[in-house]
Each structure stands twice: as C-alpha cells, then as structure tokens.
Ligand binder design. Structure first.
Ligand SMILES: NC(=O)c1ccc[n+]([C@@H]2O[C@H](COP(=O)([O-])OP(=O)(O)OC[C@H]3O[C@@H](n4cnc5c(N)ncnc54)[C@H](O)[C@@H]3O)[C@@H](O)[C@H]2O)c1
Length: 262
C-alpha cells in the first residue's frame, strides 16, 4: 500500500524545535522522511538528548541552527543558509513562541514588545524568508504557523499573548490567499492546552478547571498537535489555504456543561 504521507526528499524547518510541541513536530516530520532543521534560540536539551540527536538515533535526518526568530537579519541569513545547503525549503513550521501572563494593566511595555517580537515578528520574518525560498525553487511548499485557541478567543489575564496569537491567525489567512496559487499552502494549527514546559505555570486547581471546560476532558500531548501539523505539511492538505485547524479537544466548539430538563 502507498504511504500517503511520504516526505522523503523534503527539507523542513521547525522553529523552537528543541522542546515541547516543536520537538514533537520535528520528530513527526522526520519520521515520514523529511530532513529536519531545528531552528531554536537555545538548546534546552543539549547533546544526546537534543531533538537532533533523537532523530538521528531513530534513523532520521536532522541538523540544528541557532536562531532567534525575532531578529530579522539573523532570520534572513539563517534561512538563506538553509536554502543553499538543502537546495530549498519545502516545509516551514513557525512554532517558536513565548507566553507572558498579564491583563492590560499588568502588562509592561517590554512584555508587550517581547510577545510581539517573538510570536508575531518571528512568524512574519521566518514566513517571508521561507516563502522566498519556496518561490525561488518553484516546487511549492507548506507553511504551518502555530497559533493558539487564545488567538481565537479571549483567555483571562493574557492580553499580550492572546493579541499576538490573534495576529498570527490573520497573517496566516492573508498569506494563505496570497500564495495558494503558487502551490504554497499557508495554514495554522491552534492548539488547546498542551502538556509542555510552557503550561507548567498552571497550578493543579487551575489545571483541573481547564480540563473540566474541555469537552474531551483532557489536555493534549505534544504529539497530538504534531499529528495535525504533519497532515498540513503533507500532500493531503494541498487544497487547504489560510485555514486555522483547532486541536483542542472541542474547547472552542462548546462547553461540556449539560443542562438537564424533564
Ligand atoms: N503548550 C500549550 O498549551 C500551547 C497552546 C497553544 C499554543 N501553543 C504554542 O505552541 C508553540 C510551542 O509551545 P510549547 O508549549 O512547546 O512551548 P515551550 O516553551 O516548551 O517551547 C517553545 C520553544 O520556542 C523557542 N523559542 C522561544 N523564543 C524563541 C526565539 N526568540 N527564537 C527561537 N526560538 C524561540 C524556545 O527555545 C522553545 O524551544 C508556541 O508558539 C506556543 O505559543 C502552546
């Protein structure tokens, strides 16, 4: 039988791929044959435990680049390097992100700017460089931006984070319609609550409350987000442009509170 997701011969760049969702995405893409470039600001798990080492151990192909996605010049330089070294970029996953808690009154100028510098500027800079490479090689491509349910609905006390993720939603839609005709599919995944270092800020009561508000009653594991990214990175998604795919256990669809009636 034909393997419907065969990414062999493709080069994929995953920003923020050293841990959490990005690590799971890198492993998933490499598992289907892609050569994965992990572009991250810091190697959280260095050496034998790094994402690159794990992919190589499993028989896949990977390398890493030190990259701060909020630095436009560094992004252009690094993406051009990847383009040259791999004869083009086929898949780009803009996953790098940071989360700062705070309502409008609790958010400082620096916090606001940092959220936007990494989450929005970073996505924009990498997307621009990635699409430039895809266009130059003329074989299309897939861009997947990691937004959040917080980009589609307000999340109490996260003014800057929610606003930055909302910007990614419309940036995705915009690029989705601008480049679809060139065979470059730009889409997003919007994860719900996922078990990663980022969500370690939630204490147990908050966590239980959030689980109770999720129709399927649980948080996602990073691999479940990676599976959705894999789908959008594959030819199965060739006709999907500018879409935002929620992977949230039904959180955006409705609350799991059932009103009993006689
Ligand atoms: N965990 C969740 O519940 C959840 C929910 C919705 C959306 N998301 C989004 O998913 C993405 C990944 O989140 P995660 O939970 O794995 O978080 P994480 O904190 O575990 O990982 C984030 C990664 O991004 C990297 N990064 C941060 N700033 C960077 C920069 N300037 N340049 C390059 N890399 C940088 C970090 O080094 C890290 O490897 C983020 O965009 C996040 O907003 C997460």
């Amino acid at each position: 039988m034909e393997n419907v997701i065969d990414l062999s011969g493709k080069t994929a760049v995953v920003t923020g791929g050293s841990r959490g969702i990005g690590r799971a995405v890198a492993l998933a893409l490499a598992g289907q044959g892609a050569f994965v470039v992990i572009a991250d600001r810091s190697d959280w798990k260095a050496g034998d435990e790094s994402t690159t080492a794990e992919i190589l151990r499993l028989g896949g192909q990977a390398t890493s680049k030190n990259l701060d996605v909020s630095d436009a010049a560094e992004v252009d330089r690094t993406m051009a390097e990847i383009d040259q070294e791999h004869s083009g970029i086929d898949i780009l996953v803009n996953n790098a992100g940071v989360l700062t808690a705070g309502s409008v009154l609790e958010t400082s100028n620096d916090q606001w700017r940092h959220q936007f510098a990494v989450n929005v500027d970073g996505t924009f800079f990498c997307m621009r460089a990635g699409i430039r490479s895809m266009r130059a090689h003329g074989r299309g491509g897939k861009v997947i931006n990691v937004t959040s349910i917080s980009g589609l609905r307000a999340n109490p006390g996260f003014a800057a984070y929610c606003s930055s993720k909302a910007a990614i939603v419309n940036l995705t839609r915009q690029a989705g319609i601008d480049y679809g005709a060139e065979g470059i599919n730009v889409n997003s995944v919007a994860p719900g609550f996922v078990e990663t270092d980022m969500t370690a800020i939630y204490d147990s009561p908050t966590r239980r409350a959030l689980e109770a508000q999720t129709p399927n009653g649980r948080w996602a594991m990073p691999k479940q987000i990676a599976d959705a990214v894999l789908f959008l990175a594959s030819p199965l998604a060739d006709h999907i442009c500018g879409e935002v795919l929620a992977v949230d256990g039904g959180w955006l669809v409705g609350t799991p509170v059932r009103i009993e009636s006689d």
